[in-house]
Write a protein that binds this ligand. Structure first.
Ligand SMILES: Nc1ncnc2c1ncn2[C@@H]1O[C@H](COP(=O)(O)OP(=O)(O)OP(=O)(O)O)[C@@H](O)[C@H]1O
Ligand SMILES: [Mg+2]
Length: 324
């Protein structure tokens, strides 16, 4: 099956700022999170995908359409929720959403009927007849989502849809998105700087930082071993055990007295791809344990969760808060 969104080496600079740097992506059907700290390039990427930002170089396709020449058609075919609201304050939600439907090529009658349906779906009652300018942020975001849904697109590109929402509004928004992705068969690209948002809705993830794609793939496979680190639970003379490990080139971090974090000292232990380091390290740990009369109860490679990885990226990249 062809990918829904694919890009090849997209670069985009704004003056001296490199907003996107060699972005090569392959986004499958389903729900994908576009995760990255503030300034990572998420909005620029989404705007490039819908033809609103022209890349300096590189190519891309959305639903098989070239982003350089088919922007209008792409915007008609997909549902796009921009970062900043673009609602007309004097219109009611019904008029606003119906207008968006007509812009996407629907007849006035069909657009009005759908406007009521999608506003009901996002949880708006009689307030849908009120002027949008009088709405709370949460209601405005719902109208934005309704606008993106009015023409029943198969693909939604949503730029930080939980921005500015209180915990309840955020939850409602995420539940709607999850329903759309899991039960209504929509494909979703959801940008956020909040990892739990992405975890709630998505099964794929793309991590962007400093304009570069740091990783992309299945959410579950983003659990990865930290090369050269094992967690060990041992019983007996821990000090003798630790010094035995030290003579074998390992350091022991006993931040948690019940679980030792054994870290390899030298680079010669190899890479995580081969898995070879794990076997070597296990042998060394067992040998040190035997020599010091310590019983090893548990030994396993330390697993790094996407969250740790994301925190590391945010800290390294000097991004702003993760917003948990
Ligand atoms: N129109 C523009 N003119 C100048 N610089 C821009 C423009 N658009 C984006 N940038 C810069 O490009 C970089 C990436 O911005 P972008 O808005 O794509 O990031 P983002 O990941 O969406 O961030 P946020 O989480 O804050 O929305 C930033 O350094 C930003 O200041
Ligand atoms: Mg943004």
């Amino acid at each position: 099956m062809p990918s829904l969104i694919s890009t090849n080496g997209i670069n985009k600079a704004f003056g001296p700022v490199r907003a996107l740097s060699g972005v090569t992506l392959d986004v499958p059907r389903g729900a994908t999170g576009l995760l990255g700290p503030n300034g990572a390039g998420k909005s620029t990427l989404i705007r490039a995908l819908v033809g609103l930002v022209k890349p300096d170089s590189g190519t891309g396709r959305v639903l098989g359409l070239d982003i350089a020449s088919r922007g209008v058609e792409i915007r008609r075919r997909i549902g796009y929720m921009p970062e900043h609201e673009c609602l007309i304050g004097e219109l009611s939600a019904v008029e606003m959403v119906a207008y968006a439907g007509q812009v996407s090529g629907m007849t006035r009658k069909a657009a009005l009927q759908r406007a009521h349906e999608v506003l009901h779906f996002v949880g708006m009652g009689d307030e849908r007849y009120r002027e949008v300018g009088t709405y709370s942020t949460g209601m405005k975001q719902k109208v934005n989502l309704a606008q993106a849904l009015v023409h029943d697109p198969e693909l939604l590109l949503l730029d930080e849809p939980t921005n500015g929402l209180d915990p309840r509004g955020r939850r409602e928004m995420l539940d709607l998105l999850r329903f759309l992705a899991r039960d209504a068969g929509k494909s979703v690209l959801l940008s956020s700087h909040i990892l739990p948002d992405v975890e709630h809705v998505c099964d794929h993830v793309v991590v962007l930082a400093g304009g570069e794609v740091l990783l992309q793939g299945d959410m579950r496979s983003q659990l990865r071993g930290e090369p050269g680190v094992m967690n060990v639970r041992a019983k007996g003379d821990i000090e003798a055990f630790a010094s035995g490990l030290a003579t074998r080139g390992y350091s022991v971090d006993a931040a948690d007295p019940y679980m030792l974090r054994v870290v390899t000292g030298g680079p010669e232990t190899g890479s995580s791809d081969t898995g070879g380091w794990e076997e070597t390290m296990t042998c060394d740990i067992m040998a040190a344990a035997a020599a010091s009369g310590v019983q090893v109860r548990y030994a396993s490679a330390s697993v790094m969760h996407l969250e740790d990885l994301f925190m590391e990226i945010v800290q390294r990249g000097g991004g702003e808060e993760v917003g948990r």
